[in-house]
Each structure stands twice: as structure tokens, then as C-alpha cells.
Design a protein around this ligand. Structure first.
Ligand code: FAD
Ligand code: SF4
Length: 516
């Protein structure tokens, strides 16, 4: 006869918060369940490192909970009897152990939120849900903050967060330290050749057996992994080590080179902490506090613009995107302001293109399951927007390829910030550029077959003609936007023949996009 439990508590793969108040309770009649299922590996084609990273972090978390004296049932993907869906496994455990109460932590994804609500309706026992105790704002925090507004301006939300959590504030709690809220203008430098890049902290773990298991279970993945040296941090201890590494070695130049791109290294001064935070192994406030503490102790050598840039990303953008997600789902996932319908070029899945910036950003994503923000926004996202790619296809790509991709933060960044498919909820204008910006911020163009200066003709950089083609075809939707007016004035002043040539070049490139 199986042991009896009274209560079943579900922990999802991105809910690995050991400091949650749940785990303070010592109750031997409560069974915690963590599971690997084909339903979660299969709702989109994920990067192999992402699947491995999630599974191994979940396995390590189960061990940590057991060591804390909690009763844990861990279901592996290849366990006999795995029903391969969350609902199926929960129901089987309820039957097996005679469970009388089901509890779960609120999921961050709309899809799972709906699934668990439906499961609870289906169960004939009592069910309850709890907050994950991870975010600094409630699910509806952004919605209430912007009540009645069409555009959700990040800056006002961010300032409110600074005040509320008293971060980088004067003693009055109202004035920002130094009197300036935002140093974004200072954070846009290209990386000089002479600037050394600190080596990333990599954790070298043998994951061969998991790679084999995924193969046996026929889990379809994208990207590559070195089975002998898996680099991501998977436990809270390792994540704290990564945080420490960032604070000591990268924070001092984080702001300055936040937007820089280079072939010389994949990480530059970025933290690579999104995976740790998104799985809840680290709390956003502890991350920010560690950075502020380090800055305070080193104010003579670290400028405030470096730390402000980082704080804005974590307590500003990250919280804001989550709030936008809950304010606008499920409609957000359907938005397509420009009515874009082009297919994502096949080379997004292989990196095989002659455009050096895209080859580099995509190749690195396939290789490392990581690209920094400007690579995602101004290289892969920018090109897809210029091309007019259907945002559904793009969401699938971004949701699969990155280690940190979970829908609440992926879709708001992709459909919202990057593709302007929300018509301007997240951003006030589309993030598009010609080769000018990519050259200004990086070193890709000097190593490229295409000519960054040419708009048409042999080897003209495709970004240039597609850029004007984008503005040309969306005149009705964009020309009244005060932030873009200048571009339309330039376009309208351009000689008619010149415009013809640019549009002809763009049409040619769109037609032959697979060969670019
Ligand atoms: P750092 O540059 O070190 O920044 C520090 C932290 O700030 C990050 O770890 C992250 O938690 C937070 N942050 C920074 N920018 C954002 C942002 N725009 N939105 C939310 N949080 C932010 N981030 C994800 O976590 N998951 C995604 O699936 C994701 N998809 C994206 C898709 C597109 C098209 C774009 C343009 C951005 C996306 N981002 C996503 C945001 C951002 O690019 C990543 O958070 C960042 O690159 C992660 O690397 P890092 O930890 O080294 O970040
Ligand atoms: Fe990219 Fe154009 Fe520069 Fe080549 S020239 S790296 S395609 S922006």
C-alpha cells in the first residue's frame, strides 16, 4: 500500500525558489511534485541547452528540497508511468496517494495558467493557488499603474519602482541620487579595439546522459550542446557565483557597452543572469541589491551610469514586461499591427547567410542559446521587421532558441518591443535601422561581403533598401508618429529615381531572401 499524503503541491520548472514560504512548513503529509513532460518539451521546439538546463535545474532543486526534509516526488521524462502531461501526472498521483488537496504556484505563462485552472475545475478535490513570491509587483501592477492610458511608458513605471524600493534614491525617497533618473544617453558606446573583454564564467558539467535520454525520447530540439561541458549555472549556489562574477568583473562597464556588438566575444559586459532569474533561482531584488552594494563600495571607480543601466533593466523592464503580459494577454499573442505575413527565412534556423551580423547573431544563438539584447533587437529582430515576417513565426523562433525564453518575457519583447506588432503599447516607435546603426555599434560590417554604405547595386547591404521599403510601405501607419516624422521628410525629399532604385533593390532582396 502506497504511503498516504493529504496535500499535493506542484512546482513548475521555472518556480525553483527555495526561499518560498511554502518550504518553511514541515508537514510530512504534503507531497511536492516536480516533473519533466513531453507536453512541456513539445509546445515549441526548444534549444537543446534550454531543455537540459531546465531539467537539470529541476533535478537539483528536488534534491535540495529533499535535503531540507520535504517529501518530493520527481518524475523524469523516461520514468515508466509518466503520463507526459502536467494534468495527467497530477491526477495519477492524487489517485495513487489518496490526496485530498491540490495546491500550485501561479504560473507566469498564460498557457499554463489556463491549463491549471482547467485542471482544478476537473478535479473533485479542493484546490488552491499561491503567489510565487518572486516579482516585485503583482500580476496586475502595471495595468493598475497605467489605468486609462493607451501607451505604457516604461520611464514613469521605472521611477515609481525606484521610489517604492528605495533604490539609488536620496534620503527624501523622492529624488534620484545625483538628481538624474536615467543615463541611457551615456550607455551607447561602441567597443574600442583596445578594450579587453572579461572571460565569461562557465560551469563545465557533463550532461551526456541527459543528451542520450532526449535522443531516446525523440525530443526535437534546435541548436547544439557540448555534452562534456555544459556552461549554464543550475543551482542557487552556482547562480550566486555567477552574480558575484558579474558584480566583480563586468558591472563597472555594463552601462557603457550595453548596446555594443562585436565578433570578439559573445557576452561582453552582460550578466547572463536572465536564466537564473527566470527560473527563480535568484530573486531580482537580491541581484539588484548585490550590484548597488558593490557600486556603493566602489563609487570612486564605478560611475553611477553603469549601475543605473542595470537597475533599469531588472526593476524596470523586467517587471514592466511581465505586467504588460498580464494586462494584454491573450489578445497580445494575436496582435499584428502591420499585418506582416512573410515567412521567416530558413537560415534563421541554421545561421547560413552571408550577412555577417545575422550569421554571427544567429550562429551564436544556436551555439550558446544566448544573444544579448541588442543582437536580439537590432540584428535578428530588426531584419525580420524590415522583411515583414509574420510575428507568429518570430515568436516561435525566439521562444525556442534562448535559454531564458519564457512566454511572459519573450512575447512582450518580440511582438511588442521588437516587432511593434502591438501598435505601440510597449514602444513609441518601431526599432528599425539601416546598416548605419549596426556599424555604429559594432564591428560586424568590416568583415561582411555586403557594402554597408550602398543602398542598391552589387553587394549593397540588404538592411539599407529594406529600411526605406519598410517606411515606404507603412506610410499610412507611421508617418504621423512624431518620433519618425524626420525619416519621412528625408524619404519624401529623395529624388524619385533614387527611390525607385531602392525599392527595386528591396523587392529583389525580398524575392531572393533565402540566398542572402
Ligand atoms: P543583461 O544585459 O545582463 O541585463 C540584466 C537583466 O535585465 C537580464 O538578465 C534581464 O532579466 C533584464 N532585462 C534586460 N532587458 C530586458 C527586457 N527588455 N525585458 C525584460 N528583462 C530585461 N529576456 C528574457 O529573459 N527572456 C526572453 O525570452 C527574452 N526575449 C527577448 C526577445 C527579443 C526580441 C528581445 C529584443 C529581448 C528579449 N529579452 C528576453 C530581453 C533581453 O534581451 C534579455 O533579458 C537579456 O538579453 C538577457 O541577457 P542577460 O541576462 O545577459 O542580460
Ligand atoms: Fe550586416 Fe549589412 Fe553590416 Fe553586413 S554590411 S554586417 S549585412 S549591416
Amino acid at each position: 500500500m502506497a504511503q498516504k499524503y493529504r496535500k499535493l503541491r506542484l512546482i513548475l520548472g521555472d518556480q525553483l525558489n527555495i526561499r518560498h514560504s511554502w518550504f518553511e512548513e514541515q508537514d510530512d503529509e504534503t507531497l511536492y511534485v516536480i516533473m519533466e513532460t513531453l507536453s512541456e518539451t513539445g509546445y515549441v521546439r526548444h534549444h537543446i541547452q534550454k531543455v537540459i538546463g531546465f531539467f537539470l535545474a529541476m533535478r537539483a532543486f528536488a534534491v535540495e528540497l529533499q535535503e531540507k526534509g520535504r517529501q518530493v516526488q520527481y518524475i523524469r521524462l523516461d520514468d515508466e508511468g509518466n503520463e507526459q502531461s502536467i494534468g495527467g501526472n497530477v491526477k495519477a498521483l492524487i489517485r495513487k496517494y489518496g490526496i485530498r488537496q491540490f495546491e500550485y504556484l501561479l504560473p507566469d505563462e498564460y498557457r499554463l495558467d489556463q491549463e491549471l485552472k482547467a485542471l482544478c475545475r476537473d478535479l473533485d478535490i479542493e484546490s488552491r493557488h499561491f503567489d510565487t513570491e518572486h516579482f516585485l509587483t503583482p500580476r496586475d501592477g502595471v495595468e493598475s499603474f497605467f489605468k486609462g492610458k493607451k501607451t505604457y511608458l516604461l520611464e514613469s513605471f521605472y521611477r515609481q519602482m525606484r521610489k517604492e524600493y528605495n533604490i539609488l534614491m536620496e534620503e527624501d525617497g523622492e529624488t534620484p541620487l545625483t538628481g538624474q533618473w536615467n543615463y541611457d544617453q551615456d550607455n551607447r558606446k561602441k567597443l574600442p579595439k583596445s578594450q579587453a573583454i572579461p572571460p565569461p564564467l562557465h560551469f563545465e558539467r557533463d550532461v551526456s546522459s541527459l543528451v542520450e535520454m532526449l535522443k531516446d525520447k525523440k525530443v526535437e530540439t534546435i541548436g547544439t550542446v557540448n555534452p562534456k561541458a555544459f556552461t549554464w549555472p543550475l543551482t542557487r549556489r552556482e547562480c550566486l557565483e555567477l552574480l558575484h562574477h558579474f558584480v566583480e568583473n563586468q558591472l563597472h562597464l555594463f552601462g557603457t557597452y550595453q548596446d555594443a556588438m562585436t565578433e570578439r566575444g559573445y557576452l561582453l559586459f552582460h550578466s547572463r543572469l536572465s536564466f537564473a532569474m527566470n527560473l527563480k533561482l535568484l530573486h531580482p531584488l537580491e541581484v539588484v541589491e548585490a550590484c548597488v552594494k558593490h557600486w556603493k563600495a566602489n563609487q570612486d571607480s564605478i560611475d553611477i551610469s553603469q549601475i543605473e543601466g542595470f537597475v533599469r533593466q531588472v526593476i524596470g523592464w523586467r517587471e514592466y514586461m511581465r505586467g504588460v503580459y498580464w494586462a494584454k494577454m491573450p489578445d497580445f499573442a494575436e496582435m499584428n499591427f502591420f499585418g506582416h505575413s512573410a515567412k521567416l527565412p530558413d537560415w534563421y534556423w541554421t545561421g547560413e547567410t552571408r550577412m555577417n551580423c545575422l550569421r554571427h547573431a544567429i550562429g551564436q544563438s544556436l551555439d550558446k542559446a544566448y544573444a544579448h539584447h541588442i543582437q536580439r533587437l537590432m540584428v535578428t529582430g530588426n531584419f525580420a521587421l524590415l522583411l515583414g515576417v509574420n510575428p507568429d513565426e518570430l515568436d516561435e523562433w525566439y521562444l525556442g532558441i534562448y535559454m531564458d525564453a519564457i512566454e511572459w518575457v519573450e512575447i512582450t519583447n518580440t511582438r511588442g518591443m521588437s516587432q511593434f506588432a502591438d501598435g505601440g503599447i510597449v514602444g513609441t516607435k518601431p526599432y528599425v535601422s539601416s546598416a548605419n546603426y549596426i556599424h555604429k555599434m559594432g564591428d560586424y560590417c568590416s568583415n561582411c561581403e555586403y557594402d554597408r554604405k550602398a543602398k542598391y547595386g552589387k553587394n549593397a547591404c540588404p538592411f539599407n533598401s529594406l529600411y526605406w521599403d519598410f517606411y515606404g510601405r507603412h506610410t499610412n501607419k507611421l508617418s504621423n508618429n512624431p518620433r519618425i516624422g524626420m525619416m519621412y521628410r528625408v524619404w519624401n525629399r529623395m529624388d524619385g529615381e533614387e527611390r525607385e532604385k531602392i525599392l527595386r533593390q528591396a523587392a529583389e532582396y525580398k524575392e531572393g531572401v533565402e540566398g542572402l
